[in-house]
Design a protein around this ligand. Structure first.
Ligand SMILES: [Zn+2]
Ligand SMILES: [Zn+2]
Length: 363
């Protein structure tokens, strides 16, 4: 079997033959059908999202079919279609699971840069950028708790997007900001995550829904996903002032920052209203907050984070699938291009430029 391996940060991935461990206790072997290129993958292979020991396999927006199950696996059986996410299902037993916050489960934890299941031809063990999940490979062995069963009739290329981009954006709105009807939302960064924050805000009944980006193409796409206003942060003289104008002088009640960069985070925070909430989604390796003062928070402004949309994995994805099936969630529209595995470097290069939302590798 083949995998795409990172041997050096900032260099293209190398597709090569690898061997994969058999599934152990609680693990499942998946035959991948599709994996999307998330912006986190682009950051990861540049060393901008932590630096695991190399060689390492990236990739984490996965759909596929169960090939084989390890000891004790009961949730899936061979042949089941699934998506795999880096955030696991909660254990159901710990304090946080019992109070309904399974995304904070202290037993089944989200981790990055984990030990891998792969060995290359030289006998080196490969690490995995996305912890429990490795997506740029024909097969993967993944813990059962990271899997969500999906309906047989869901297109597998669109389904893989549910595993990260969709839940990260939609979840930031629903589970972290808890956007209320008629409240205002500004979304900074209109990529795969930001567009899902926008469609989540529309679904939550927000108005206005303001898309902020530096590319006009992305702002045009944001309108398709339901943004009522757009602000080009490059050409607009004062984007913070502009967002205040659109929100009747108050600032946005909810700000979702779906792009990396502390200056952008600061800008998003300044766009927020009194008592408003700013949710950090985009983040970079080694970033340190320094540009905030205690006085910034005296008007009741809140700054919080959202890992994978604080998703309740198997509940939220099942609900999102229902919305998709009834035409209320755009998934197919998030796919910009489909590439065979051999052309993964081409897919990466395309993802880095222009107005690409998600390129999907098809196996
Ligand atoms: Zn991702
Ligand atoms: Zn738990």
């Amino acid at each position: 079997m083949k995998a795409a391996v990172c041997y050096e940060f900032g260099k293209p991935l190398v597709i090569e033959e690898v061997t994969l461990d058999p599934p152990g206790k609680g693990e499942v072997k998946i035959r991948l059908t599709a994996v999307a290129i998330c912006h986190s993958d682009i950051h990861a292979i540049k060393g901008e999202h932590g630096r695991p020991p190399l060689p390492a396999i990236p990739g984490h927006e996965i759909s596929g079919y169960v090939e084989e199950t390890g000891e004790g696996v009961t949730y899936v059986k061979s042949g089941d279609p699934v998506v795999a996410s880096i955030i696991p299902e909660g254990c159901g037993q710990c304090y946080y699971c019992r109070i309904g916050l399974s995304s904070q489960c202290t037993t089944n934890r989200l981790y990055l840069n984990g030990e891998g299941k792969f060995t290359n031809k030289k006998g080196q063990r490969l690490t995995q950028f996305a912890g429990a999940v490795a997506g740029f490979a024909e097969y993967a062995v993944i813990p059962e708790v990271n899997l969500v069963k999906i309906p047989e009739d869901l297109p597998m290329d669109s389904a893989c997007l549910l595993a990260c981009g969709v839940i990260s954006g939609f979840g930031a709105v629903m589970n972290r900001a808890r956007v209320a009807p008629n409240s205002s939302v500004a979304v900074l960064g209109c990529g795969g995550v930001g567009l899902n924050a926008i469609q989540g805000a529309v679904f939550a009944g927000a108005y206005p829904v303001i898309a902020v980006d530096v590319r006009d193409g992305k702002l045009a796409t944001a309108k398709v996903f339901g943004a009522t206003h757009t602000v080009n942060a490059k050409t607009e003289k004062d984007p913070v002032k502009k967002v205040h104008e659109i929100t009747y002088g108050r600032g946005a009640d909810n700000v979702i920052v779906a792009v990396m960069g502390l200056d952008i985070l600061r800008q998003g925070f300044m766009m927020s209203a009194r008592d408003g909430t700013t949710v950090i989604v985009g983040h970079g390796y080694d970033e340190k907050l320094s540009d905030f003062s205690p006085l910034d928070f005296m008007m009741g402004k809140k700054l919080t984070g959202s890992a994978m949309g604080a998703v309740r994995l198997r509940i939220d994805i099942a609900r999102l699938i229902e919305l998709y099936k009834t035409g209320r969630l755009k998934l197919d529209e998030l796919i910009s291009g489909r590439y065979p595995f051999e052309k993964i470097s081409e897919a990466f290069a395309s993802s880095e430029k222009g107005d690409v939302i998600r390129n999907v590798i098809m196996f």
